[in-house]
Unconditional design. Sequence first.
Length: 335
Amino acid sequence: MTIKTLTAASLTALVLGSGGAFADTWRYAFEEALDEVQGVFAQKFKEEVEANSDHEVQLFPFGTLGESDNILEQTQSGILQFVNQSPGFTGSLIPEAQVFFVPYLLPEDDQQLFKFFRESETINRIFPELYAEQGLELLTMYPEGEVMLTTKQPVTGPADLGDVKVRVMTNPLLVESYQAFGATPTPLPWGEVYGGLQTGIIDGQENPAFFIESTRMYEVTDHITRLGHNNFTTALMANKDFFDGLPEEDQKVIEDATQAAFDHIIEYQQGLTETSLDKIKSAKPEMTVTTLTEEQRAPFRETADQVEATFLEIGGPRAQEVLDQMKADLEAAAN
Ligand code: 6CS
């Protein structure tokens, strides 16, 4: 075989082997470490893409490319192809995404919650349109676990939050929600939280148990309070021009990999909250974990209407539609 025919043969193989597209490296950034929930999701996505195409997925965990806002911007500009960013940070860009911070809106029951994420019209139809306006292809949204409050002083009701500076993600409705809870919300990017708790710039923060454990939030706070007010939602997106420019078979590889990663992460989270709380208790036995009673939760729950009303004011032009559809989706998931 001559060099000429070899080249032609290998080119043909390359073209046929990759279904008409060249093998590419796709860059994917997320807001957590490789062994945290977003990292486990990302690894499954990478494994599926690489098993079903000639493409490679290069993963960039938290800290390698900047804060959450930076990786989103890098994806919008096409430097990255994929980004996992939570609505906690997307709220100022896509005001409707703040709906995830109306307290006590998402169900506490895991089966209902998972059904909602799988079947929700809001997530599968409305949000993709809203993300598309920002140059983003919304691939999926998924839950990361019950959000818990960690503080330096015990909390059993709004009165205990008087002058407590609670760090929240940079989301205006989340700020509003903690104000309604009686606290002093302090929006900060993630990278400033541990140091902020050490130096006393903030007195508390909220996150799922796995994250409180893996990021050692228990070292700089003493009490965990389960208000039952929310579950942490996050989202995987692609740069829209990149996604739209792909051949159909590559788009399908991405959609299938997203579905496989979604199923995997739901499975992975079975029992994760309790295991994480156990690890925290072993690492720091004096850490308290308090699940508020329904009676103790009542004053927090009562803020929901007020926060919902604020969402309708600041949640963008489609706020009402999003809230109505979300409630219909949640009702469907409950049956
Ligand atoms: O609180 C935060 O900012 C972070 N929490 C989680 C669970 N994931 C990433 C995010 O940056």
